[in-house]
Write a protein that binds this ligand. Structure first.
Ligand SMILES: C[S@@+](CC[C@H](N)C(=O)[O-])C[C@H]1O[C@@H](n2cnc3c(N)ncnc32)[C@H](O)[C@@H]1O
Length: 262
């Protein structure tokens, strides 16, 4: 495990506490990704890497009790937040303990920026999907306010720093096509994280990002200056953005030569 990966071990419990504080704050972010998968009740789907299983919990609402959600993450501290009822394992996404063609659909939210080499990961997603299975991924775009905030304010205000390797425009679509996915599309979305009030927004971001070196007023100021906050009768809304991409597996691609069967 690298020094950078160790930072996630240190932050994981705060991340999960933030999600518990306001479980629906990232609802739009999650819904945009789940809609790309077009999954149905009874299917077996993956949230990889899952962190505390935020996406997995949303997927469970779609596939229901007749289906299943597999959540894998390399960090036991993050994975401790995965809800009961989801299938949980500690594993890096580039070395999945899953058989070939075992999942109906797979999604990955805000995690690719931790990987130096993203292509083996995309190929691993291809390998574990069944024919007609979809892989949907969302990640921060290089030079977006989200990326600048993560590698700027979050880097300065955490004990551990943040050095995300974000994606360029068109990069996700190119990587999916390279791995063998077809019907590939990519789109940049701007949306908000939604909170009942300003204090909950500040506390949530303090926890989720582990901003332990900053006072609450400093967190509030940086959210407003670097991301932008909209206040209305429903509460406080923090501007956020990600690139979303999706592709479908129809037949063997470049990633299909790898075989890891547990
Ligand atoms: C920002 S969290 C996102 C988690 C979750 N998908 C979500 O949206 O809440 C990033 C996750 O990537 C995982 N991670 C960090 N380095 C990794 C690596 N080298 N390989 C795989 N996962 C990694 C961390 O354990 C963490 O759970």
């Amino acid at each position: 495990m690298s020094d950078y990966e160790r930072t996630f071990e240190a932050r994981g419990h705060l991340y999960n506490e933030g999600t518990r504080l306001c479980p629906r704050a990232r609802e739009t972010e999650r819904r945009l990704l789940i809609e790309l998968l077009d999954c149905h009740p009874g299917q077996l789907v993956g949230d990889l890497p899952a962190g505390g299983g935020y996406l997995g919990t949303g997927l469970r609402e779609v596939v229901g009790d007749a289906g299943g959600v597999v959540c894998l993450d390399p960090s036991p501290v993050f994975a401790a937040g995965i809800a009961p009822g989801l299938l949980r394992a500690i594993a890096a996404p580039e070395a999945l303990a899953l058989t070939d063609a075992s999942l109906d659909h797979v999604a990955s939210l805000a995690a690719l920026h931790h990987l130096d080499d993203k292509q083996p990961y995309v190929e691993e997603m291809f390998r574990v999907l069944r024919p007609r299975g979809r892989f949907a991924v969302a990640e921060a775009r290089v030079d977006s306010p989200t990326a600048r905030f993560l590698n700027g304010a979050v880097d300065r205000m955490t004990e551990t720093g943040h050095a995300g390797r974000f994606v360029a425009e068109g990069e996700l679509a190119a990587r999916l096509a390279e791995a063998g996915f077809v019907e590939v599309s990519e789109r940049y979305h701007e949306f908000t994280w939604d909170f009942p009030d300003h204090a909950t927004m500040v506390r949530y971001c303090y926890l989720l990002f582990g901003l332990v070196k900053a006072r609450p007023d400093e967190v509030a100021r940086v959210l407003e200056s670097e991301l932008g906050v909209i206040e209305d009768a429903r509460g406080s809304h923090l501007r956020w953005s990600l690139v979303y991409a999706v592709g479908t597996k129809v037949e063997a691609g470049h990633g299909s030569g790898r075989r890891r069967i547990v």
